[in-house]
Ligand binder design. Structure first.
Ligand code: NDP
Length: 339
């Protein structure tokens, strides 16, 4: 860990993965060891990055897919955790353990795939006591999103005992954390996955039943037999449409992602005949108070099984292969990236 006393030494040089775009729009990723912190964008707080993570969005950014990075050159990495080196904002002091997810970092402002980051103080969250940087990034945006989804369902009135809660894209980052959090909170969890070979893993996280992805995505009718009290969805598309059709009266679905599709062709029937609610989850612009509540609960409630079985650590040098894997739906659980 970089200590505050190392400020002068560490301030001189930094490492980063830098994305550049050519005139013909081709994006190239280059590992740079010759940068200085003076090259970082403006912000009140300089952070020594100890860990970052891999999210679906990072996969898109690193491989130059459109829709994530808004300007070049860009250091990707939508999550970071580390320690404050310098701060001109009274809320942060040198040595403070911090984390950051969202706010457009890694998209429009240099992000976590680097040894250092300079960011706005408003974007930083104090890491909860006892949560080291790698644990924070084992959760990262995906884990935070899963917690926001659970909190939204509970705000809507969901309690354990109301019935089964289904998680789609269950083997992925958001999905794995959602399965583990729901099970830990006492819910009966059904894991929907395209990788039924992950059944043992998902049951280890606390799923009571594992169902094939097609069971929801192949549903065609506007209303199906009522089954789930609630759902947390990473997929969008026909998976979300199918989930809405078999959500029970008064139930709710938290829509988090688009791993299958951004499109949603459905009918109003679940909403007007069963009072089903569709709750949108936005982790990027989530306000600070809700962030702190979510991270405190993550620190308290994330089970050890998730951290032991659902988290892998890789050096930043392997990021391109990892990006391919996450876009191909082949990454299980969460990936911590060490810059
Ligand atoms: P991952 O790639 O880790 O997980 C996505 C999972 O979705 C895959 O592991 C796979 O799970 C499933 N999946 C993949 N392809 C398909 C498909 N064609 N049809 C149905 N399911 C599919 O990504 P993350 O967990 O990081 O993110 C999940 C989604 O949530 C992404 O779309 C991401 O952009 C979004 N997201 C949104 C946030 C927000 O603020 N709203 C924040 C974080 C993420 P399995 O093999 O088990 O089926």
């Amino acid at each position: 860990m970089t200590q505050p006393s190392d400020v002068q030494a560490s301030a001189a040089q930094m490492r980063a993965l830098v994305l550049t775009q050519s005139e013909d729009k081709k994006v190239t990723a280059t590992f740079r060891g010759d940068l200085s912190v003076a090259d970082l964008p403006e912000g009140e707080v300089l952070v020594a990055v100890e860990a970052s993570s891999l999210n679906y969005k990072d996969g898109l950014a690193v491989l130059g897919r459109p829709g994530v990075v808004r300007k070049y050159p860009m250091v990707p990495g939508i999550d970071l955790a580390g320690s404050v080196l310098e701060s001109s904002d009274v809320r942060f002091r040198a040595g403070d353990p911090v984390l950051l997810t969202g706010w457009g970092v890694g998209e429009g402002h240099w992000g976590g795939y680097a040894s250092h980051a300079r960011v706005k103080a408003d974007w930083l969250t104090h890491r909860p006591q006892g949560m080291d940087a790698k644990k924070a990034m084992a959760l990262g945006t995906a884990g935070f999103t899963a917690m926001l989804a659970l909190m939204a369902l509970e705000d809507h009135g969901l309690t354990p005992g109301m019935g089964e809660v289904v998680v789609t894209g269950a083997s992925g980052g958001v999905g794995s954390v959602a399965v583990a959090l729901l099970a830990q909170a006492g819910y009966t969890v059904v894991a929907s996955t395209g990788r039924t070979e992950e059944e043992a893993y998902l049951k280890g996280l606390g799923a009571g039943e594992v169902i094939p992805r097609s069971l929801l995505s192949d549903l065609k009718r506007p209303l199906e037999k009522e089954r789930f009290a609630a759902g947390i969805d990473s997929a969008g598309g026909s998976t979300l449409a199918g989930l809405l059709a078999c959500t029970r009266r008064g139930g709710a679905v938290a829509a988090c992602g688009l791993a299958q599709s951004t499109e949603l062709y459905t009918s109003v029937m679940p909403f007007i005949l069963r009072g089903v609610a569709l709750l949108g989850i936005d982790s990027v612009m989530c306000p600070p108070e809700r962030r702190e509540a979510a991270w405190a609960r993550l620190n308290r409630d994330v089970p050890q099984t998730l951290l032991q079985q659902g988290v892998h650590e890789h050096p930043l040098s392997e990021i391109q292969a990892l990006a391919e894997q996450i876009l191909a739906g082949q990454v299980r659980g969460r990936t911590v990236i060490v810059p």
